[in-house]
Design a protein around this ligand. Structure first.
Ligand code: ATP
Ligand code: MG
Length: 472
């Protein structure tokens, strides 16, 4: 285990602790990940005494600045790119209405008891006499070997004290492919109402970590089964289930969505593209319709879904910025490439898709490819080869027409000058006419052809051309 302590910072902390006359241990995620052979960026040191004082001494020895958080009794410094956090060992007791515990100084073991899972409570000694020896009072190593998440104390106490631990359990199960032990999972179900005391930012942070895991479906299935999803994102729960009419059923859109998320996770680590996959069919429950002639349909679910995105982002306190717009755009456009290959792949349809998707065209294609979850292999093969064709056409059309970041060759100033117009709606009408002609392939995307078409339209509108003062 001494191998885990190769980073020279451990030796430095060890000496500093001896000088201060306190006992220090490496604890938590670093130790867990070392046993699992996972890389970890940050180190947590727990001290029987003042974490801040020890951090200051270490900072002085290595010449690093120390950030002190007196409210939390913690301090942090960076050593050669690694973040090292110091905290005094503590004993905690909780008030039912908040995540903020009453904190007292404690021993290492008391500190380990307040940790969330046995595998996160492992500690390695930094004392000279037993340097690197493991302190594992709750069977954390056994659980680590068996891939189990178990709370050190009674799970009802651990989860009720700090309900964030319920979502952390599911997040670690997803990241590490671990199993939450049954009595713990039952406790999560029982304590789900406790989520109410959490801040949405913290919930969101965990959701993002679940989404960024190799197989996010694991986490969303657990969130659903435990009842937490119903509280966090009920819109996603509404996708569950299959309804049957006249013997005709539709697919389970929750299961489908999770498969799409896993598919996208295997091709990209773009968090927002993963969010788009999670929400791509969110409009389906609202648009579901049964017609005896044609069966089930979800007409317009792309647009309805797109409209729901800002509300969902607001509800989860996620950023309402360009990330939200990106997700919204992908949700809104997610049927376009597939609609395109179901008809003939015409240049003008490709041009319109490029125009609408802009720089996100590639991400949109990835989403659409991930959206193919049919079990009919022939169908899958056919759609995939059609998508290849679309990708080829996208490149050809963009090379020729450059509509991806479209800029109209005809400007408002040009129209005003040429026809001696004040700012008015006619300008928009002419610009729109030219743009549509370019997108439809009636004219090419260049100034000469655009100018000619503008003149033709102006004539139709009864406008009289004036000599141009300068070329615009
Ligand atoms: P990662 O850094 O990959 O998220 P981690 O286990 O290091 O995993 P941190 O949030 O960095 O998680 O927390 C460090 C340690 O602090 C954990 O290993 C755990 O021992 C403890 N811990 C963190 N959050 C809680 C909590 N809500 N309740 C109890 N213990 C916690
Ligand atoms: Mg950590």
């Amino acid at each position: 285990m001494k191998d885990f302590l190769k980073n020279e910072v451990f030796g430095i902390v060890s000496k500093a602790a001896e000088e201060e006359g306190v006992r220090a241990f490496v604890i938590g995620g670093f130790v867990r990940d070392a046993f699992l052979g996972r890389p970890s960026k940050d180190i947590d040191i727990v001290v029987e005494g003042s974490g801040i004082a020890l951090a200051k001494l270490v900072g002085k020895i290595v010449g690093s600045k120390v950030a002190v958080y007196s409210n939390f009794g913690t301090a942090m410094l960076h050593y050669k790119g690694v973040e090292v956090e110091f905290v005094g060992a503590r004993k905690e007791s909780y008030d039912r209405n908040s995540r903020k515990p009453v904190v007292e100084d404690g021993t290492l073991e008391e500190d380990q008891q307040r940790r969330d899972f046995t595998v996160n409570a492992l500690a390695l000694s930094l004392q000279r006499e037993d340097y690197g020896s493991l302190v594992d009072p709750f069977g954390g190593i056994r659980d680590l070997h068996n891939g189990l998440l178990r709370t050190p104390l009674d799970p009802d106490t651990t989860y009720s004290d700090d309900p964030l631990r319920m979502i952390r359990a599911i997040r670690f199960a997803t990241q590490l492919s671990f199993t939450i032990v049954p009595e713990s999972f039952e406790a999560i179900k029982r304590n789900k109402e406790r989520l109410d005391i959490l801040s949405l930012e913290r919930i969101n942070e965990e959701l993002n970590k679940i989404l960024l895991s190799p197989k996010p479906s694991v986490g969303f299935l657990l969130l659903e089964e435990s009842g937490l999803l119903e509280k966090i994102l009920p819109q996603l729960c509404n996708l569950r289930g299959v309804e049957t009419m006249d013997g005709k059923g539709h697919k389970d859109n929750f299961a489908h969505t999770l498969q799409v998320v896993d598919n996208i996770a295997s091709t990209t680590d773009n968090l927002w593209l993963r969010w788009a996959a999670l929400l791509h069919d969110i409009g389906k429950p609202l648009t579901k319709h049964y017609d005896p002639e044609i069966g089930w349909s979800f007409h317009n679910h792309d647009f309805v879904g797109g409209k729901m995105i800002p509300g969902i982002f607001r509800q989860l306190k996620m950023p309402l910025n360009e990330k939200m717009k990106y997700v919204q755009k992908l949700v809104q456009l997610h049927l376009r490439p597939i609609a395109l290959v179901q008809d003939e792949v015409t240049d003008s349809a490709v041009r319109r898709l490029l125009f609408d998707a802009g720089d996100d065209i590639n991400d949109l294609m990835l989403l659409c490819e991930a959206d193919i979850t049919s079990k009919n292999e022939n169908k899958v093969r056919r759609i995939k080869s059609n998508f290849q064709l679309v990708r080829k056409k996208l490149v050809e059309v963009e090379e020729k027409d450059r509509v991806r970041n479209f800029k109209n060759p005809i400007t408002g100033e040009l129209i005003m000058q040429r026809y001696a117009l004040p700012p008015c709606s006619t300008i928009g009408i002419i610009k729109e006419y030219v743009k549509e002609a370019i997108l439809d392939g009636i004219i090419e995307n260049n100034y000469e052809q655009a100018f000619q078409l503008m003149e033709k339209k102006a004539l139709e509108l009864g406008l009289t051309p004036q000599p141009l003062q300068k070329s615009l």
